[in-house]
Design a protein around this ligand. Structure first.
Ligand code: EPZ
Length: 430
């Protein structure tokens, strides 16, 4: 079992390089199996979600090579099955993208239902609505989503909910559907644009990704390509918030600053300095910012995936502030753990009221999901004394070498391996 031990109150200084975007990689890897060609994907983050997806497509028959930790070459020519087994995807929420990709490749797909995540239900009704509009019959039985189509044909689809997953999945299923597909009320996240760009490199004809209306003209077939994944907006934001909470002068390199606009604006409102370059942002903070109001929204709004980290920053800042979560119904579960560090937060439905200025002191805490884990790290940087974070496996899903990157900036953080039988860190708290 792994833990992080962090001793807070050190300033952060220097440069940190951001890896490729997790949420683009977990869409682009399944997209690669929509063709029988070879795809070379660069700037792939070296994280567990990628490793798990690689295993899942390998079990289907794909041949994956990783000539270096950030390059993945996928040869899907030998894929012989449209049925994804539960064991290979139970740890990956994004397994549902294999539905869209296999529908395009074989006009049939059977994929285990994604599990609910630790911050609530994860419905896929909009994905199914899209597949059905394209002509597929979709059934859910024995824990599997089963989709079959004689022919896929273009359709006009209006999403009742702005959803990243269904926007991408419908694009995946529609790329070779006959005629034109229109997705209205589409999500606009950077990883949607990245997945569309990847599919276009494979020969698809997708226009409008990044806007509310995406048009897909079905093509005969897709082919292999070479592609480089965009930088991770959420990883970048996590380091910007870390710099803000700890104080210091940190340059977050290899990013698309535009993707960070809402966070940069909030950090400036809080009294931090954020300077922008072509592919970097420099965050300067005295570690004593003042609180603001934050509301999560789909892109270009404030990202829900930075909400837990922002809550930790606000708990360590001064004054009252509120964070309203509008994307997920129940994404404040980690607050109980933040309170163990002394954070003063009251959750009322979708709003967390934060009373800044509390004295934060290190304690033993457990990550309840990926971004909750990042939030605990942020809070620990502001704590007096040692914080021990359990359930590090969640953090491994989405952050590459986080302890090395923070350590290089000056944080006192180490990854500790302990005996699985050590009851103090039992993982049953999830
Ligand atoms: C993606 O999840 C991300 N995951 C999540 O990041 C992120 O929090 C979320 O988008 C929102 O930005 C990946 O990209 C792998 P949605 P996704 O479909 O696609 C409702 C992280 O920490 N909804 O945009 O599953 C849903 O309940 C992860 O990196 C329906 O009602 O999210 C939610 O309230 C966690 N019906 C809202 O829409 C549907 O069919 C947005 O969900 C689909 C979604």
């Amino acid at each position: 079992m792994e833990l992080f031990e962090i001793i807070g109150k050190t300033k952060l200084n220097g440069e940190v390089y951001i890896n490729g975007a997790k949420n683009a990689a977990v869409a682009i890897i399944p997209a690669a199996i929509a063709t029988g060609g070879i795809c070379k994907i660069e700037n792939v983050p070296d994280i567990e979600d990628v490793e798990n997806l690689k295993t899942a497509i390998t079990k289907l028959g794909a041949v994956c090579e990783r000539p270096d930790p950030h390059t993945l070459i996928i040869d899907s020519s030998k894929i012989s099955s449209h049925i994804v087994d539960y064991n290979s995807v139970k740890k990956i929420r994004a397994s549902y993208y294999m539905l869209g990709a296999l529908l395009t490749r074989y006009k049939k797909a059977e994929v285990p239902l994604p599990g609910g995540c630790n911050f609530g239900e994860r419905p896929i009704d909009q994905h199914i609505k899209g597949f059905e509009a394209l002509g597929a019959t979709v059934k859910i039985e024995h824990g599997m989503v089963k989709a079959y189509a004689d022919n896929l044909r273009g359709a006009s689809i209006y999403l009742d909910k702005v959803s990243v997953g269904s926007t991408i999945n419908i694009m995946l299923a529609a790329v070779c559907a006959k005629g034109v597909t229109t997705i209205e009320n589409a999500a606009k996240e950077p990883h949607i644009v990245d997945t569309a760009n990847f599919l276009n490199m494979m020969g698809a004809n997708i226009k409008g990704a990044g806007t509310e209306i995406i048009k897909i003209l079905g093509v005969e077939k897709l082919h292999g390509c070479e592609y480089t994944i965009i930088p991770d907006q959420i990883e970048a934001g996590t380091y910007m918030i870390a710099a803000a909470v700890a104080g210091g002068d940190v340059t977050v390199q290899n990013i698309i600053p535009k993707h960070m606009d809402t966070l940069s604006i909030k950090l400036r409102e809080m009294g931090g300095i954020v300077e922008e370059g072509d592919d970097f942002l420099r965050v300067i903070s005295d570690g004593n910012l003042k609180n603001v109001e934050v509301k999560t929204m789909s892109y270009p709004g404030f990202p829900t995936d930075l909400q837990p980290q922002m809550t930790a920053l606000m708990a360590a800042s001064s004054g009252m502030g509120n964070i309203t979560e509008t994307v997920w119904e129940n994404r404040f579960q980690y607050v109980t753990e933040l309170k163990r560090l002394g954070c003063k937060i009251t959750v009322d439905g979708r709003v967390a009221r934060i009373e800044g200025g509390a004295k934060l002191t290190g304690a033993e805490v457990h990550a309840t999901d990926l971004r909750a884990g990042a939030s605990l790290i942020i809070a620990a940087l502001a704590c007096e004394g040692k914080t021990t974070i359990g359930n590090v496996r969640y953090i491994n899903r989405g952050y590459e070498a986080i302890e090395e990157k923070l350590g290089a900036l000056g944080a006192d953080i180490k990854r500790v391996f302990i005996d699985d039988s050590d009851e103090r860190y039992s993982e049953e708290m999830n």
